[in-house]
Design a protein around this ligand. Structure first.
Ligand SMILES: Nc1ncnc2c1ncn2[C@@H]1O[C@H](COP(=O)(O)OP(=O)(O)OP(=O)(O)O)[C@@H](O)[C@H]1O
Length: 229
């Protein structure tokens, strides 16, 4: 179990972005995180990976303080040294116990690993960064917008990869702004609002969350768009 208790994080002392996150995530499941732009999703993921020091709160993994070495983190923006090839980039990451078959991954994801990353498209960059995370074979995967920039085929492949990771016992925490993507792949979806986890939904209750999101948008848009256009 990955347990977040009363986590408070702010970029300046005056104002917390995360205002007391409480969340328990079952091991070996895929957990989605949704929320409006600026709700604090990336801040939460950065805090889990210790990129940001919390003001207070604890993060436990199976009863002990969570360690960065237990996490594979795919950030939403992916940066590479421009003159490094994909292969050279992957070589920077240690293989986590399994025999990582780079050539087969290259074929599956249609990645030109021999080329320099400067020539990569947005989707290729995302896939390369994802491969590095998969190679390290950590028990917890934190994936911030992994579907961004992927073509339809790659997006479907990613869904199959995530399902396989779950079968292998990994705990996956994933954000996406495409709700349908999360409902397809996740076991739970957690809804973030005003700096807290407002509610969590297991698969059989995803419809309730969709209704909340739909009603909220309808209330905001009611009449406004007709006035503007
Ligand atoms: N480095 C930073 N310094 C100061 N404030 C920041 C910083 N990064 C994020 N924020 C602020 O923290 C809040 C949460 O941002 P965050 O990026 O975590 O949201 P998000 O839910 O991931 O948004 P999005 O869906 O747009 O990616 C926002 O108000 C944002 O302006």
């Amino acid at each position: 179990m990955l347990t977040i208790e009363n986590l408070k994080v702010g970029y300046d002392k005056e104002k917390d972005v995360l205002k007391g996150i409480c969340l328990s995530m079952e091991t070996g499941k895929i957990h989605g995180l949704v929320g409006l732009n600026g709700a604090g999703k990336t801040t939460l993921l950065n805090a889990l990976y210790s990129f940001i020091r919390p003001q207070s709160g604890t993060i436990l993994y199976d009863g002990s303080l969570l360690k960065r070495k237990e996490i594979g983190y795919l950030e939403s923006e992916n940066y590479f040294y421009p003159y490094m090839t994909g292969n050279e980039y992957l070589n920077l990451f240690p293989s986590g116990g399994t025999n990582f078959d780079t050539e087969s991954w290259q074929k599956l994801l249609s990645l030109p690993l021999g080329e320099i990353t400067e020539n990569y498209s947005t989707g290729m960059r995302k896939k390369l960064a994802l491969l590095a995370v998969l190679k390290m074979n950590k028990p917890i995967l934190i994936l911030d917008e992994p579907y961004n920039g992927l073509d339809l085929e790659s997006a479907h492949l990613l869904t199959l990869i995530l399902s396989r990771l779950r079968e292998n016992g990994k705990t996956v925490f994933v954000t996406s702004h495409i709700y349908e993507t999360l409902t397809t792949v996740c076991d739970y979806i957690h809804y973030m609002k005003d700096g807290i986890i407002a509610s969590s939904y297991p698969k059989e209750r995803f419809g309730e969350l969709q209704e909340i999101l739909r009603t909220t948008v309808k209330q905001r848009a009611d009449g406004a768009i007709e006035q503007l256009l």
